[in-house]
Design a protein around this ligand. Structure first.
Ligand code: KG4
Ligand code: ZN
Length: 338
């Protein structure tokens, strides 16, 4: 089974080829970040137009790198949602046209399922079942993963996603969009303890998150202060530590609640080194093993979509066609029957 995967949910155009037995054969990605940076965030219409420009050359390159042609591809997987509707439709239209022309099935993949399964791209992949901490620009969720397509959300954010809070705080610190990774670098030179921000929701039972108050606390801390480099670094450090403490403690509680022995961290914020270090401690103290994808497969990529499509095809439950095939809002839950 060999699947080409296409990702266009936001500001990355990505195409990859995944083989059931040989693993990942190729992956190509074009990031639109430079284009959106001058606006301080993603401009949906520009994103859709740029996906259209990049898809065909990227698909050609990914196929050539994989030594594949249309004959050796068994299905075309694409991100069907959630995401920016115009961007999703561009990818869906392209993917479904390819599938139609090649006479192969098209598989609409849930973007978050792609993120959840990304650690399976690594040499020592986790087995099912596992607990997943999904932390991206759009989502923050703890998910009980019983098996392929068998997902149950245990807790999620009530307002901002962790990555969104990173990006908004980074903006206040004068960093370009998306500022998560830049904020993490700035925090390295910060003095611990100078800014002690609240740990949202830690005093409450349950597995929900909330990050908008923390972002406001950072804003209040910055107000009326001279923003010298040391102060910016100290705020970045205080903010990052508060986010990581919260994610780590809720993950610890979820491991205790579910009894899972495997913890998977996925999504863009999963690329954060300090978060990984803390989760490694949480996992070992909970008798669990930590798994994460390499940083480039934490953020949006085509490899995770090709992999998810391939696993779905191999399982015999690839999901039925979805009309034009894209949904801006699509809650994660048990998948496969839609
Ligand atoms: O998964 P992703 O590429 O896109 C979504 O599906 O949202 O995640 C992007 C998010 C952005 O908010 C970005 O700032 C954040 O991940 N991010 C980081 C780091 N690298 C990316 N946040 C904190 N530390 C990082 N090293
Ligand atoms: Zn994503």
């Amino acid at each position: 089974m060999r699947v080409i995967g296409i990702e266009t949910s936001c500001d990355e155009t990505a195409v990859a080829v995944y083989d059931q037995f040989q693993g990942l054969l190729s992956h190509r990605l074009y990031s639109q970040i430079a284009m959106h940076q001058e606006y301080g965030g993603v401009v949906p219409e520009l994103a859709s137009r740029d996906h259209l420009r990049r898809l065909l050359p990227l698909a050609r390159e990914a196929l050539t790198d994989a030594g594949s042609d249309s004959e050796s591809i068994d299905a075309v997987a694409y991100t069907a949602g959630p995401g920016l509707i115009g961007a999703l439709l561009t990818g869906a239209g392209f993917a479904r046209s390819l599938a139609y022309a090649w006479g192969k099935p098209a598989i609409g993949v849930h973007h978050l399922e792609g993120h959840l399964l990304a650690p399976l791209l690594e040499p020592e992949p986790p087995e099912f079942p596992f607990l997943a901490l999904l932390v991206s620009g759009g989502h923050t969720q703890l998910v009980d993963v019983a098996g392929l397509g068998d997902y149950r959300i245990l807790g999620e954010t009530l307002d901002d996603a962790a990555g969104e809070a990173f990006d908004k705080t980074a903006k206040m610190l004068g960093l370009p969009y998306p500022g998560g990774a830049a904020l993490a670098r700035l925090a390295e030179g910060g003095i611990a303890g100078r800014f002690d921000f609240p740990r949202p929701m830690l005093d409450r039972p349950g597995l929900q998150f909330s990050f908008s108050g923390l972002k406001t606390a950072a804003l209040v801390a910055l107000r009326g202060r001279s923003l010298d480099d040391q102060t910016r670094a100290d705020v970045a450090r205080g903010f990052q530590e508060a986010v990581i403490d919260t994610l780590a403690e809720k993950s610890r509680r979820a491991l205790r609640l579910t009894g899972h022995r495997r913890l998977v961290v996925a999504g863009g914020v999963g690329a954060n080194r300090k978060l990984r270090e803390r989760l490694a401690v949480v996992a070992s103290e909970s008798g669990a093993q930590l798994y994460f994808p390499r940083p480039e497969f934490c953020t949006d990529n085509g490899a995770m979509i090709a992999l998810a499509g391939c696993l779905r095809l191999a399982s015999g439950a690839p999901g039925r066609g979805l009309g034009l095939g894209a949904r801006a809002n699509w809650p994660l839950g048990p998948l496969g029957s839609e």
